[in-house]
Write a protein that binds this ligand. Structure first.
Ligand SMILES: [Zn+2]
Length: 158
């Protein structure tokens, strides 16, 4: 069976342009632009990726390619995925004890809630098969991220 192949190509992603500071658009307008650019996802809405201290931050800051891959992962395994943590503001990242270099800060990471070993296996197996190169295993969650600047092909424990 041929696996679907894809490349991690962020070359055309303009999401990191700090629109608010650059153009000084009023916030509602930058939100509308972000809403227009948000990819069509079958299983997730942008707010699921919000930093809890900043509603709407998922929409603005999550990497589109990454959330689309996550949507594909969800379609592939056919089980609900609950996002414990997506984007994190600096303050929230500090509060939950995240590393300063955390991919959550850049919208490249999620923690998926996992309550049992079978489900953990399913998620990790699918993620690896799909080409995720950075996986963290916690007692109650699986971390997936697509940072290209942090170490690749790593699987760690919390
Ligand atoms: Zn994480």
């Amino acid at each position: 069976m041929g696996e679907p192949s894809f490349t991690w190509d962020y070359g055309t992603d303009f999401r990191f342009v700090p629109w608010d500071q650059l153009i000084l658009w009023p916030k509602p307008l930058s939100r509308i632009v972000a809403q227009m650019n948000w990819p069509t996802l079958e299983f997730f809405c942008a707010s699921e990726f919000d930093s809890p201290d900043e509603p709407g931050s998922g929409l603005i800051h999550m990497n589109h390619d990454f959330v689309m891959k996550l949507d594909q992962l969800r379609a592939r395994i056919e089980v609900p995925l609950h996002i414990n943590s997506g984007f994190r503001t600096a303050a929230w990242n500090k509060r939950v004890g995240g590393k300063q270099s955390s991919a959550h800060r850049k919208g490249f990471a999620v923690d998926i809630r996992v309550a049992q070993s079978g489900r953990r296996f399913t998620i990790v197996e699918a993620a690896l098969a799909m080409g995720f190169k950075r996986v963290g295993i916690g007692k109650t969650f699986v971390h997936l991220d697509a940072s290209l600047t942090l170490s690749q092909q790593v699987l760690w424990l919390y």
